[in-house]
Design a protein around this ligand. Structure first.
Ligand SMILES: *[C@@H]1O[C@H](CO)[C@@H](O)[C@H](O)[C@H]1NC(C)=O
Ligand SMILES: *[C@@H]1O[C@H](CO)[C@@H](O)[C@H](O)[C@H]1NC(C)=O
Length: 448
């Protein structure tokens, strides 16, 4: 009995203390789907030869690991961390009492939580759900205490449902509600920082565009941008671990001018999709504000980076311009489109024929790594958002991208300069502790 207890305790110590990267079966499924190529051979060899996968700062958890976990929950962030994402995203928005919480949009509570099924809460929505009514429930409709009573869920809805319970269904069949059953909470931004920091990972908070008029109850856009940064300062997180993002380029300029430590890594998100077809004169005007401010990072959607040139993935004119301006490129979002036998939809529009009627280069799941490889080798992206970071972490390990080869926890490997040395003291320290514990347990056993 004692023996079992001690052994169990020792094993428990090993399991809980060893933060091993776990990739699951999906990357290997994706390799199997590939047609024969040098890349497939290289990835197969990598899968065969890699004994231990490492965290990669090239691998960014988009809303956590939201392909299968309810987005922006601590559960989703934990899944991303266990899949080796070196950087995890909280989209930041504010509550009625001006607290910062993680939601993809200020007004998506009706599709990302069960709010419409709670009559008292539903009544407080900007537009409450009712049969035939499209609801709109905003974080700014509720206090933080109220929001913390909600259960987060997979982002989905059934527009023509006749009951509130029916409205919150509709999860795509290639996603799952498996991890939504225990009422995961809507986390505060500060809770996201604590969780991600405890895992020694880094941060990419996005300041979400307000959907209420600003200033909101005295909160100006600049105060809001500053508040987000201040929560890192309060948590003792250095600016080098934080890539603040916004689609509003005035926010990026604000951080560069007024929060300079954080401004150096501020990311300008791109949603002027017409810019894909801009000429030089138009591109000059388009990028002027962030070029003048000295922004270093640009993050367009994946399709804006590429073009189908003679049946192969090539750099778009848009991204050639951005690279000439020395922007480091981060892009979004891999693993968001479901099975690629559909062509991948919006995120692949420049290479699947949707935009220009060309022959599609996206035929199925075998193209996931081919496409990712093109983004790496043709464009030289420094970070990849993914709804399932395991896929990106696997590729990054095989290609030596952003790996935490150093052990000081302050690595700056976002340009793919990581090395493959057996990683360092943090992980080894833990296994060492576990080993000592095991020996101690065995010795204790001998003397009892
Ligand atoms: C931000 O910096 C600019 C330029 O230095 C300055 O004009 C502005 O007042 C600052 N804003 C805040 C809110 O401090
Ligand atoms: C760029 O496009 C704009 C808008 O279509 C047009 O007015 C302008 O002449 C073009 N400039 C060049 C250099 O082609």
């Amino acid at each position: 009995m004692k023996c079992i207890w001690l052994f169990a305790l020792a094993t428990f110590e090993v399991i809980v203390a060893q933060p091993q990267v776990q990739l699951g079966s999906r990357p290997f499924y994706l390799i199997n789907e590939m047609s024969d190529s040098q890349l497939k051979t290289d990835l197969e060899n990598c899968a065969t030869n890699t004994e231990k996968y490492e965290v990669s700062d090239w691998s960014i958890g988009h809303r956590g690991a939201c392909m299968q976990f309810p987005e922006h929950t601590l559960e989703s962030y934990s899944a991303a961390l266990s899949q080796g994402a070196g950087i995890v995203e909280c989209d930041v928005t504010f509550t009625k009492d001006k607290e910062l919480v993680c939601r993809h949009a200020q007004c998506d509570l009706h599709t990302t939580t069960d709010v419409v099924t709670r009559p008292d809460m539903n009544a407080k929505c900007t537009t409450p759900w009712a049969p035939g009514v499209a609801p709109k429930c905003c974080t700014s409709d509720f206090t933080l205490a109220e929001i913390q009573t909600l259960c987060a869920k997979m982002d989905a809805s059934v527009a023509d449902a006749t009951t509130a319970e029916g409205y919150i269904g509709g999860t795509a069949d290639w996603r799952t509600t498996l991890y939504s059953g225990e009422c995961p909470k809507v986390p505060t931004h500060a809770e996201s920082i604590a969780l991600i920091d405890a895992a020694d990972a880094y941060f990419t908070p996005e300041l979400k565009t307000p959907e209420v008029e600003m200033p909101f109850d005295g909160l100006t856009q600049e105060m809001y941008a500053q508040m987000m940064v201040d929560e890192y300062v309060a948590a003792g997180v250095p600016a080098e671990k934080v890539w603040v993002q916004s689609f509003l380029w005035d926010d990026v300029v604000y951080w560069i001018n007024n929060a300079s430590d954080f401004g150096a890594q501020a990311v300008a998100l791109e949603d002027t999709y017409e810019a894909y077809d801009f000429n030089m004169t138009q591109l000059d005007a388009h990028f002027k504000s962030i070029v003048d401010a000295g922004a270093n990072y640009l993050a367009p959607p994946m399709w804006m980076l590429v073009d189908n040139v003679d049946g192969a993935f090539a750099s778009s004119d848009y991204i050639k311009y951005a690279k000439d301006k020395d922007f480091k490129i981060i892009t979004w979002t891999l693993e968001r489109s479901g099975p690629l036998s559909s062509g991948g939809g919006w995120y692949f529009q420049s290479v699947n024929g949707e935009k220009d009627g060309d022959q599609s280069l996206i035929l199925g799941d075998g193209q996931v790594f081919e496409f990712l490889h093109a983004l790496n080798t043709e464009i030289g992206i420094v970070g990849m958002f993914s709804d399932w970071p395991a896929t990106t972490t696997f590729y990054a390990n095989c290609m030596n991208l952003g790996l935490r080869g150093d052990t000081d926890g302050g690595g700056d490997n976002e340009e793919g300069s990581g090395n493959n040395e057996e990683s360092g003291s943090a992980a080894n320290g833990v296994s060492h502790r576990s080993f000592v514990f095991l020996v101690f347990a065995l010795v204790a056993l001998l003397f009892t």
